[in-house]
Design a protein around this ligand. Structure first.
Ligand code: GDP
Length: 138
C-alpha cells in the first residue's frame, strides 16, 4: 500500500480564496504536504489528466471548468492516504457530502466541487508523476 495521494484545489476554490483554509484543513487532519504548486492547466493537460472520463457526457464541461483558472495540486503523505483523503473531502456531489467535509464546506456543485482526491494507490502514483518531477518532491 502506498502512503501518498494527489490532490488538486480546483479553480472554483482557488478563485474564492479558499486555498489557505483548505490547506489548513488538510494538514490539521494529519496529511503532510510533500509537493505543491500553483498552475494554469491547458485544455490538453486537463484532458490528459481526466483521460479516463473522455467518453463521459460531462467531459467537455469538466475540461472547460478545470481550465477556467489556476489550480493548486499537491502530493500528500499519510498512512492510508487515499482512503482517508476521500473521507476528508466527501462525496463528489456536495449535496451528498457528509457534514464537515471539504466539499460540504467549500464546493458549489457536482462539477465545481472544490477539490480532487486520487481514487486508488495506482492512480495516486500516476497523478503525482503527472504534476511533479522528483526534483519537486520533498
Ligand atoms: P471524484 O473522484 O469524486 O472527483 O469524481 P469522478 O472521478 O467521478 O469525476 C471527476 C470530476 O468530474 C468530479 O470531481 C467533478 O468535478 C466532475 N464531474 C463528475 N460527475 C459530473 C457530472 O455529472 N457533471 C459534471 N458537469 N461534472 C461531473
Amino acid at each position: 500500500m502506498s502512503n501518498i495521494t494527489l490532490t488538486i484545489i480546483k479553480p472554483d476554490a482557488v478563485a474564492k480564496a479558499h486555498t489557505g483554509k483548505i490547506i489548513d484543513h488538510i494538514t490539521s487532519a494529519g496529511f503532510k504536504v510533500r509537493a505543491m504548486k500553483m498552475i494554469f492547466l491547458s485544455e490538453r493537460e486537463a484532458g490528459a489528466f481526466y483521460d479516463v472520463h473522455r467518453e463521459r457526457p460531462f467531459f467537455g464541461d469538466l475540461v472547460r471548468f478545470m481550465t477556467s483558472g489556476p489550480v493548486v495540486p499537491m502530493i500528500l503523505e499519510k498512512e492510508n492516504a487515499v482512503a482517508d483523503f476521500r473521507t476528508l473531502i466527501g462525496a463528489t456531489n456536495p449535496a451528498n457530502a457528509a457534514e464537515g467535509t471539504i466539499r460540504k464546506l467549500y464546493a458549489e456543485s457536482i462539477e465545481a466541487n472544490a477539490i480532487h482526491g486520487s481514487d486508488s494507490d495506482e492512480n495516486a502514483l500516476r497523478e503525482a508523476g503527472f504534476f511533479f518531477s522528483e526534483l519537486e518532491r520533498f
